[in-house]
Design a protein. Structure first.
Length: 454
């Protein structure tokens, strides 16, 4: 009688269990097949800024353009989502502001880049909102433009301004212009507003562009509205720059490269004359606070002069009008302006063929944001504009990040972890079939080997 060999049977059982384990593992870890989790869309230089009692801005960059959104919540289970754009546009520089937060509360978040979630070494990033502050900060603006070494304007550059350890940020507009409200700056612990001395408080500016290039600058507030053009790839020091004029409009073409054209410069040198008469902007004064989201801008000028009006903010608005036979002009933005800080630029071509322009900074104030515009005596200074309406919107206030990530992280060691989202069931079905195939094959080997040795 031939003795049966039991080794093949044991081998078959091991293969069977191995197949079951492999199938379960593949089904539970199907994100390994996600195309989105590639290094070129991994978030880099993750930073928190504009942290206040109710909002925070999260910004980062990716090597390639990608769709981004943030999942956040008061626990590590997260739960809420805020997208960068409603139509899921792709960018290389990313900035998302989360609003509606509770004061003095802990929050957690992950960044989703092209369908893959990234966290901070296996745990979500964390920050804590500040306390609610009473009104007491005067409106102090910082503005400027970002250009390349050849004078081209740079859109969607992330501009960071550090004031005494507190970080503000915003994106440049399509025209390369940025505006920030320094009055929103807080102390690093978020318990009070930062004390800003126009002649002594150092503003440290850094810029990150879509191409990954950057620049830095140092300036005092008295010379920061506007800051001379920030040139990508250069470190600039404007601490010896003379204070801005009463209009707050020093020439912004200082230190521009020789190759830059006159049209490419951030020309806000004030009112210019055309045929002996000035083009004026009478509806808003420098730094004025307006209470309408669709203000009417108006002024005077030579009859027949075509004027281009641009309102620079997070969502730029522009249009054209012509000076009437009576020597006046007026224009209102076609869409409502967001609350906060804005800049309006009026430009035209004079009789010599030279492009002229004038610029004013103003603030659109909403009922929810009184802290952005107030006098030192804690009395809001809201001045309605006759027959005109305000615009702009201040940048959100920064937040203190607790452990895991208190400050900007140059290269977040994010751990990809796909977030659940609706879509095709094809990957799940495919993985299920693969697991089932492994199990079936293992069972076949076991049966075959067992019969061969009977």
């Amino acid at each position: 009688m031939i003795k049966k060999n039991k080794i093949p049977t044991i081998l078959g059982i091991l293969l069977l269990f191995g197949g079951v384990f492999a199938g379960v593992f593949l089904l539970r870890n199907n994100q390994i097949f996600k195309i989105g989790a590639v290094p070129t869309t991994t978030p880099k230089d993750v930073r928190l800024s504009n942290l206040s009692d109710s909002s925070v801005t999260v910004s980062w960059v990716t090597d390639d353009a990608s769709v981004g959104f943030i999942s956040y919540g008061t626990s590590q289970n997260l739960g809420s989502i805020v997208r960068e754009t409603e139509d899921d546009q792709k960018f290389s520089t990313h900035s998302i502001t989360i609003t509606g937060l509770a004061p003095e509360s802990d929050y957690y978040f992950k960044i989703n880049s092209d369908g893959t979630a990234f966290d901070n070494n296996g745990i979500p990033w964390q920050f804590t909102t500040g306390k609610t502050l009473s009104i007491g900060q005067a409106a102090t603006l910082i503005s400027g433009s970002v250009i390349t070494s050849s004078g081209e304007t740079v859109k969607r550059a992330i501009v960071y301004v550090v004031v005494g350890g507190y970080t503000l940020s915003t994106l440049t507009s399509e025209n390369g212009i940025f505006v920030l409200q320094l009055g929103a700056a807080r102390t690093p612990d978020l318990f009070g507003y930062a004390e800003i001395d126009p002649a002594k408080t150092l503003l440290e500016i850094s810029v990150t562009t879509e191409g990954g290039e950057g620049s830095t600058a140092k300036v005092f507030p008295q010379s920061a509205n506007p800051v001379p053009a920030l040139i990508v790839g250069r470190d600039q020091d404007f601490r010896n720059l003379q204070p801005s004029s009463e209009e707050g409009n020093p020439n912004a073409d200082l230190n521009l490269p020789e190759t830059a054209t006159a049209e490419s410069k951030f020309d806000i040198s004030g009112e210019k004359t055309v045929s002996g008469k000035s083009i004026t902007l009478e509806s808003v004064t420098e730094g004025e606070v307006v209470t309408s989201d669709k203000p009417q801008f108006f002024g005077d000028g030579p009859t027949g002069t075509k004027i281009t009006i641009s309102v620079h903010s997070e969502t730029p608005v522009s249009g054209t009008t012509t000076v009437s036979s009576g020597g006046s002009w007026s224009w209102s933005p076609p869409t409502s302006l967001s609350e906060g800080a804005h800049t309006i630029t009026v430009s035209w071509i004079d009789t010599s063929g030279i492009k002229r322009s004038l610029t004013r900074n103003f603030i659109v104030q909403a009922g929810e944001l009184p802290a952005f515009v107030a006098t030192p005596s804690a009395t809001p200074t809201t001045t309605p504009v006759s027959t005109k309406s305000p615009s702009p919107k201040p940048t959100a206030t920064p937040a203190v990040i607790k452990s895991p990530t208190p400050k900007p992280i140059s290269t977040p060691t994010a751990t990809p972890a796909a977030l659940p989202q609706s879509g095709s069931l094809t990957p799940t079905i495919l993985l299920f079939m693969m697991g089932l195939g492994v199990i079936t094959f293992s069972f076949y080997i076991w049966k075959t080997s067992d019969e061969n040795y009977k």
